[in-house]
Design a protein. Structure first.
Length: 367
């Protein structure tokens, strides 16, 4: 089984662009499989990511991006301007990347985020936005619809304000996120937009009992789906955490509950294969999934640092920089190929963005 987001996207693109788009993606999938076998890139990655800022208006319990942003500012680093980011988006397009995810930090802190999303759509690429929802007011929601952004993730880490606000360490963040989702849903319905609206929750021992209520909330808000991110160490190499048996038993019950997702009126975005990995993530075990991030994804931050995936951005494990070369030159360079060999040995995360993509290319684990 593949993720519903993939099947939904395929069906929509078939309606919009005809079979040509699907044939290109099938060809890219086969070339990416061959790239790993032949140890050289035969095409561009399937996923591009732009970390447009490390700055954030929150100080969440699971994230140190604001601390990184402060350290970067003290060291005199300056974020790329609009023109440079527009150039990078075009370089992604030249590589044949079908879509770009915009993330942070909080992307809406950048005044030019809508210019970047517009350029991505102009070039025929899928545009995805991650946000905590705090800055997503009426004007921002309308611009998302007008631009034709393909999907938006809004973080909701609890079914009630007390839980979400504690995890996000910002009073009122739950109410602002809920209002942001409602705005998007209302505008989507009003304009007949194709935008895919999803709530995302990081699940740990403090909110795991609220998952059924989170599903109910997503259904009430009218979202297209909900995605759950399993707890994992925020470090480059997971350690044995000594997780209590009671918590692992809760994880097992949760996975069993979620695998009956056909009972729900809101889709669970996690694939069955990813849900089966939740226990290992909570236990701090190395991931059993073969990592193909070196070939199937490519991430760039606001300083030109390049990473194979979003998790390596979190850990600061850069694999290059494009301040003096293009993205294409780096992608096809011998130095980056050596980095791919290192990346292929990584078993350090269960983060949805990369794990789900790896599962798409690891046929044994997807079954």
């Amino acid at each position: 089984m593949i993720r519903k987001v993939y099947s939904d996207l395929i069906l929509r693109k078939l309606r919009e662009s005809g079979p040509g788009w699907l044939l290109k993606r099938c060809r890219q999938y086969l070339l990416l499989q061959l790239s790993g076998a032949l140890h050289r890139p035969l095409c561009g990655p399937a996923l591009g990511t732009l970390m447009v800022t490390y700055r954030c208006n929150f100080h969440c319990a699971m994230c140190d991006m604001p601390l990184q942003a402060s350290a970067q500012a003290r060291s005199g680093m300056t974020e790329f301007d609009t023109a440079r980011f527009l150039g990078i988006i075009n370089e992604f397009a030249e590589l044949g990347v079908p879509g770009i995810g915009f993330t942070g930090g909080e992307p809406l802190l950048r005044d030019d985020i809508f210019d970047l999303l517009t350029e991505t759509r102009r070039l025929g690429m899928i545009a995805h936005l991650n946000t905590n929802g705090w800055l997503l007011g009426d004007d921002q929601a309308q611009r998302i619809i007008d631009i034709g952004v393909d999907s938006v993730n809004v973080s909701l880490d609890g079914a009630v304000a007390a839980t979400h606000d504690r995890i996000r360490r910002t009073q009122g963040s739950f109410d602002r996120a809920v209002r942001a989702v409602k705005r998007l849903v209302n505008l989507k319905q009003k304009h007949g937009s194709h935008v895919r609206i999803k709530t995302v929750a990081v699940i740990d021992e403090t909110n795991i009992d609220e998952v059924p209520q989170m599903l109910a909330l997503a259904r009430t808000l009218g979202t297209d789906c909900i995605e759950l991110i399993p707890r994992q160490p925020f470090a480059a190499i997971p350690q044995e955490t000594g997780t209590e048996p009671e918590l692992l038993a809760k994880v097992d019950r949760l996975v069993e509950y979620l695998q009956g997702k056909q009972l729900f009126s809101v889709a669970i975005e996690n694939s069955p294969a990813h849900l089966r990995l939740f226990r290992d993530s909570f236990a701090g075990h190395p991931s059993p999934v073969r990592c193909s991030a070196g070939y199937n994804s490519l991430a760039v931050d606001c300083y030109g640092n390049v990473f194979p995936c979003v998790p390596w951005i979190n850990w600061g494990k850069t694999t290059g920089n494009i301040r003096s070369i293009t993205l294409g030159e780096l992608w096809h360079s011998p130095d980056y190929q050596r980095q791919r060999e290192i990346t292929s040995q990584c078993h350090d995360c269960y983060l949805n963005c990369q794990t789900e993509l790896n599962l798409l290319f690891d046929l044994r684990r997807r079954m």
